[in-house]
Design a protein around this ligand. Structure first.
Ligand SMILES: Cc1cc2nc3c(=O)[nH]c(=O)nc-3n(C[C@H](O)[C@H](O)[C@H](O)COP(=O)(O)OP(=O)(O)OC[C@H]3O[C@@H](n4cnc5c(N)ncnc54)[C@H](O)[C@@H]3O)c2cc1C
Ligand code: SF4
Ligand code: SF4
Length: 510
């Protein structure tokens, strides 16, 4: 069976973009205003209200309206997205010539048409005629043209929408007058050093912008086309993004610790060995080749602490990396490191690892990174909770603890999978447990097939049988497992047999 499709996955993702009730439902205003004004023209006056809102919010917050309030934006993100091809927006539609030319044309047409209804000012007919003018414009432009273009990409229209450009013009004015610094919330990264360069922010961006490549000196994405929709913020897997003012960005910068990221550097490496662990899981062993000439590179080896992860380049144009926990069974070999990757059908990185990577091939690595799963060896008792592919960081961690007589007094690995054949490194952990007085290995299978005699159910069921007081807990697994465990830990805390929140560390591997 083919592990990956020969077709490269689409770079742009159909990720959820509607996080508020307003964004989900604002689209109903379009048929009411655009359609309704054909029968009752004063309804078209709603467009005038929208224009005023765009101008006022544009002055203070740039194109915030487009990403959070606009009824057409709601159509594009809620109704068009599921059926859209979601392709790259053609350069023509994003060109400044089209955008500013169309803006000028729209404004001239608007003034000319306004001139036609102006003689009715003060007359009872004025509101009807003005409403019809606005409603008509709303129907033809964003509704008919915008929705038609949305089948190519939902937000194609927004690249040259004259109303959006009006918001941008007002924003320029606010910036020039320095009156919007306290209200101007831009996409902000807590620390670029922690960025996985995974490009998820660019892949989910409705406007197809690339925040991760364009941070300014204040760690902000200073782009006037950004509609402040927060989609990148919601989907960043490293949870590094927020919408913040320049002042908030500064505070965030000062409060962010770079511990665990200070040794990050770039090296080139050769894929020395690919070991198929299961049909959809393979272990890649890299031999580092030295400084790759990158200005961030400071040496050949990548010394890491067990529990850290590394970035592997999976695409050149655009440059995209994927984060994988270091799963080396020999943490003391400075020139070799391994990662263990599960194939995600349709995944961008999976397509590279399972479709293109072969032994002998050169790849770029960056790391080591991360601190969450680096174990405090001074702790008395530690519990590791792993789900599925989340077992990987515990491979070097367990060996390191077992080989260090000065480390913790008790370490338990609780490993949960759906089916018994899904356990990875099972013999390895069993052998470590046999050799060691301090290391215990507990397995749980959620839906066993055959004559499984161990724990049946999720890891949370096993946790319920434990007393976790005085434990430090390190966890890695898919988000549903992490969320379920956190809930169970809270409940156990309330019952007086849990550990405190500050002793729970986790990373999600999904
Ligand atoms: C610190 C860390 C350590 C990790 N360690 C490991 C490890 O050891 N082994 C391992 O296999 N993985 C690990 N991961 C996960 C890994 O980095 C990748 O995220 C995972 O392999 C999937 O990448 P991909 O490029 O194949 O899939 P992607 O292209 O990222 O997509 C995966 C699937 O989800 C969908 N999708 C992705 N993002 C979204 C979104 N925002 N909205 C909607 N749909 C979306 C895609 O369509 C696709 O079907 C780790 C992640 C982190 C953050
Ligand atoms: S950069 Fe982020 S906030 Fe701005 S438009 Fe793109 S997804 Fe929305
Ligand atoms: S989504 Fe990925 S590339 Fe973008 S900021 Fe977050 S970690 Fe970095």
């Amino acid at each position: 069976m083919e592990l990956v499709s020969p077709v490269e996955p689409n770079f742009h993702l159909k990720a959820n973009r509607t996080f508020t009730g307003l964004r989900r439902h604002a689209w109903v205003l379009v048929p009411i205003i655009a359609g309704g004004s054909l029968y009752y023209p004063p309804l078209g006056l709603g467009v005038a209200a929208i224009m005023v809102l765009i101008m006022v919010s544009g002055f203070f917050q740039g194109r915030y309206f487009c990403g959070n309030v606009c009824p057409h934006g709601s159509i594009f993100d809620r109704l068009s997205l599921p059926v859209s091809l979601n392709k790259k927006i053609p350069a023509f539609f994003r060109s400044p010539i089209l955008k500013w030319g169309f803006f000028g044309f729209y404004m001239v047409m608007f003034v000319v048409r306004l001139g036609r209804v102006a003689p009715f000012w003060g007359d009872v007919e004025f509101l009807g005629r003005f409403g019809a003018l606005m409603g008509n414009q709303y129907l033809v432009m964003p509704t008919i043209v915008g929705v038609s273009l949305s089948f190519l990409n939902p937000r194609t229209w927004c690249s040259f929408c004259p109303m959006g450009t009006t918001g941008q013009v007002m924003y320029k004015l606010g910036k020039a007058l320095r009156l919007n610094r306290k209200t101007d919330r831009k996409v902000t990264i807590s620390a670029p050093e922690q960025c996985h360069t995974c490009a998820t922010c660019a892949r989910v961006c409705p406007m197809q912008l690339e925040p991760y490549k364009n941070w300014n000196g204040e760690n902000q994405f200073d782009n006037e086309v950004c509609i402040r929709c927060g989609t990148c913020v919601e989907h960043c897997p490293a949870d590094l993004l927020s919408l913040a003012t320049a002042h908030e960005a500064k505070k965030l910068r000062e409060a962010t610790s770079l511990e665990g990221y200070e040794k990050r550097h770039a090296v080139s490496a050769q894929i020395e060995r690919i070991t198929q662990l299961r049909e959809n899981v393979r272990e890649l062993t890299f031999k580092t080749n030295g400084n790759n000439g990158d200005h961030r590179s400071n040496g050949s080896a990548m010394g890491f602490e067990p529990g850290q992860f590394v970035l592997v380049k999976v695409g050149d144009d655009p440059e995209v990396f994927r984060a994988y926990s270091i799963s080396s069974t020999d943490p003391n070999d400075p020139e070799r490191l391994s990662v263990t990757v599960m194939n995600k059908p349709g995944g961008y990185g999976s397509h590279a690892v399972f479709g293109r990577f072969e032994e002998g091939q050169e790849v770029q690595l960056e790391g080591p990174m991360g601190r969450e799963l680096v174990v405090d060896k001074q702790a008395d008792k530690v519990l590791f909770i792993a789900g599925g592919i989340g077992i990987t960081p515990f491979v070097p961690i367990a060996k390191d603890l077992v080989g260090d007589p000065g480390a913790v007094n008790s370490a338990t690995l609780l490993y949960g999978v759906n089916k018994e054949h899904e356990f990875l490194y099972d013999d390895y952990f069993s052998e470590l447990a046999d050799q060691s007085e301090v290391f215990d290995y507990v397995k749980a299978v959620a839906f066993p097939d055959g004559d499984w005699t161990g724990h049946t159910g999720f890891v949370t069921a096993v946790l319920q049988e434990m007393d976790l007081r005085d434990y430090k807990i390190y966890m890695c697994g898919p988000p549903p497992m992490v969320n379920a465990v956190m809930k169970t830990l809270k409940q156990m805390q309330a019952e007086g047999r849990g550990t405190s929140d500050e002793f729970v560390y986790y990373e999600t591997a999904s």
